[in-house]
Design a protein around this ligand. Structure first.
Ligand code: CP
Ligand code: NVA
Length: 306
């Protein structure tokens, strides 16, 4: 059997994703049921970018599964500078049963995964330029907690067709959620991602006008307009996304019971108004908390057949 990896949600099939969501819910409800497959084992958590939620939720997920998390900053090991990505991956794979990493370039994860396949060490994506799959699993948990059944729900993402949007497209496809993305011209979800999500059976629509897009939405989701690594484009992006701020008026155009989601960090007054993210329809803190429940279930599946 080849070594597992979780670089994008599409690395799971329907049943595996459903299993992760079930474990996430079950272990959240009763932490005494959490197994310890990582007892006396290490998990390397390698970060090229800052993080508040992902680092802490991943560390606590590893602790919950009985393991020892080792947080490593890329500059500390000199990823690709002091030593090649391959050599660092091989080295970390000698002491750890799992490598999870947040990287600028998704290809870094592909390289790590190719090298560690032979060592039987799974690689998990903690965010890359292309994908944020652990976030998408936490988002599904949040929607499930709120709505129960996911199939047939309408999730509308307003904003940049970025890493978060891509992973949501695959997460929606595998759970029967109808997914709509509304972005300004030039910032749409990648056509290849749309095609791959549709190939999985997903319903993915691109609707330019955000007020049209949110009609009938059960959940409205947004993310920053300028992702980590794109800081020099900040002014251009703020101008391009001006009509895409999730305001009370925009949320009001969705279903009367629609909820608001945001992966955080948020910029109040840019991609969403404070009244929305801090308002009664916002599930963002539940969503942030679910990052740990999602990570625990994902890591457990990755090491299941060791
Ligand atoms: N949502 C998320 O990944 O947050 P961090 O960047 O703080 O980890
Ligand atoms: N799209 C954002 C998500 C942060 C969690 C980024 O990549 O910076």
């Amino acid at each position: 059997m080849s070594t597992r990896r979780f670089l994008e949600v599409e690395d799971l099939d329907h049943a595996e994703l459903a299993g992760i969501l079930a474990k996430g819910r079950e272990w959240k409800a009763d932490p005494s049921m959490v197994p310890t497959p990582l007892a006396r084992e290490g998990v390397a958590l390698l970060f090229e970018k800052p993080s508040a939620r992902t680092r802490s939720s991943s560390e606590m997920a590893v602790v919950g599964l009985g393991g020892h998390p080792i947080y490593i900053r890329a500059e500390e090991v000199g990823l690709g500078v002091r030593e090649s990505v391959e050599d660092i991956a091989r080295t970390l794979g000698a002491y750890n049963v799992l490598l999870a990493a947040r990287v600028f370039d998704h290809r870094t994860l592909e390289t790590m995964s190719a090298v560690l396949d032979a060592q039987g060490v799974p690689v998990v994506n903690l965010l890359s330029d292309l994908a944020h799959p652990c976030q998408a699993v936490a988002d599904l948990l949040t929607l499930q907690e709120h709505f129960g059944r996911l199939e047939g729900r309408r999730l509308v993402y307003v904003g940049d067709g970025n890493n978060v949007a891509a992973s949501l497209a695959f997460a929606a496809a595998l759970t029967g959620i109808e997914f709509t993305v509304s972005s300004p011209p030039g910032y749409e979800l990648d056509a290849e991602v749309v095609a791959r999500a549709r190939n999985l059976g997903g319903s993915v629509d691109l609707v330019a006008d955000p007020f049209d897009a949110v009609k009938g939405a059960d959940a409205v989701y947004t993310d920053v307009w300028t992702s980590m690594g794109q800081e020099t484009e900040g002014d251009i992006r703020r101008a391009a996304f001006a009509g895409y701020r999730v305001s009370e008026e925009m949320l009001g155009a969705a279903d009367g019971d629609a909820v608001f989601l945001h992966c955080l960090p948020a910029h109040r007054g840019e991609e969403c108004d404070a009244e929305v993210i801090d308002g009664p329809r916002s599930l963002v803190w539940q969503q942030a908390a679910n990052r740990m429940d999602a990570a625990r279930a994902i890591f457990a599946l990755m090491v299941e057949h060791r």
